[in-house]
Design a protein around this ligand. Structure first.
Ligand code: CA
Ligand code: CA
Length: 335
């Protein structure tokens, strides 16, 4: 319980080793309601522990320095309670519950919440798990934690082994779900996290050269680097990353099949959120949320619809969503 103290009180638990963020701070008048949750799980041996700690630290640094995230808006959970944030606690199910209690209270519909799991996972043939201190958390547990969180934009990235089992469970309207593996059956330790984290700060990931790295761009770049990692070593890839952002529970290895359009409009850089002060953009975002809800409604009625009717309905709203995303991008690219 003592370890939860710093988290609850929001006071510095350890010295904060990252430099203060520079640049990317939202302009005056546009409240910054972006949050991040970095969950570093158990390594199981010193080599993995060191690796996971280094990745989590680098991610925290990128969020602060490149993303301009407020240090107090980054929650770090780690086995040793060490992390680059004043809100650092031990990686347990109980700490996570408390973090999400705070997110339910502090986030708004316009918030962006980025959740990244770094560690080992497993799959028992039915459920996917992420290994923390004490009882492991299943994908369903994370789904329950997200219940009642108002933010319409949630990025959930599980970089662990067997993380593919999380995708269908966490998929939903307004959610960008990224996993290191395509199913629960890919159980080897993964390298996707390192490439994904670096992609968030690597200019080579900025495919459309607009100076910002969207989550679609970061995913695409990291997926390619991961594939090259195995090819370089002459090994068969034991992880195949997936992205799902249209809420249909089906991920894709690249931005195709209806996925990637939402993540294309979400960035780590605060500049991606600057235009939240722009009424036209806000209206478009509200429209997008309504469309995402429609898609969810269609999915909920799947059982009572004829297959062709279901496909037609779904297609209709996905096309609308794609059009809206284009309008949003065009509005945002206006000088
Ligand atoms: Ca870009
Ligand atoms: Ca999908």
């Amino acid at each position: 319980m003592a370890l939860l103290g710093p988290l609850l009180l929001g006071i510095p638990a350890r010295d904060v080793s990252c430099a203060d963020g520079v640049g990317g701070t939202p302009r005056e008048g546009a409240p910054d309601s972006r949050f991040a949750v970095i969950v570093r799980g158990l390594g199981g041996d010193p080599t993995f522990d060191r690796e996971f700690a280094a990745w989590a630290e680098r991610l925290c640094q990128i969020l602060r320095e490149r993303g301009g995230f407020r240090p107090e808006a980054i929650f770090v959970l780690a086995p040793d309670s060490q992390g680059c944030s004043p809100n650092t606690a031990r990686a347990t199910a109980e700490s996570l519950r408390r973090v999400f209690e705070r997110l339910r209270a502090e986030s708004t519909e316009e918030s962006l919440i980025v959740i990244v799991l770094i560690g080992h996972g497993s799959f028992d043939g039915e459920r996917g798990y992420f290994h923390v201190v004490g009882p492991d958390l299943s994908a369903e547990d994370f789904g329950a934690l997200l219940q009642g969180v108002k933010a319409h934009r949630i990025v959930f990235v599980n970089t662990a082994s067997a993380s593919g089992a999380f995708l269908p469970v966490l998929s939903g309207p307004g959610r960008i779900v990224i996993t290191a593996t395509r199913s629960g059956h890919e159980r080897q330790a993964t390298v996707f996290a390192s490439y994904f984290i670096e992609a968030l700060a690597d200019a080579r990931a900025d495919a459309n050269k607009d100076g910002r790295i969207s989550f679609t761009e970061a995913f695409t770049f990291a997926a390619r680097m991961t594939a090259e990692h195995y090819a370089r070593q002459g090994l068969l890839a034991t992880e195949h990353p997936l992205l799902d952002d249209n809420g249909d529970g089906v991920g894709h290895p690249e931005a195709t099949g209806g996925d990637g359009e939402v993540a294309r409009t979400v960035y780590v850089e605060a500049s991606g959120d600057l235009d939240m002060g722009d009424e036209e953009v806000r209206a478009l975002l509200r429209e997008r949320d309504a469309l995402l809800r429609k898609i969810e409604e269609v999915k909920a009625r799947k059982a009572e619809m004829r297959p062709e009717e279901y496909e037609r309905e779904l297609e209709r709203w996905l096309v609308e969503l794609a059009k809206l995303t284009e309008r949003l991008a065009a509005r945002r690219n206006k000088p």
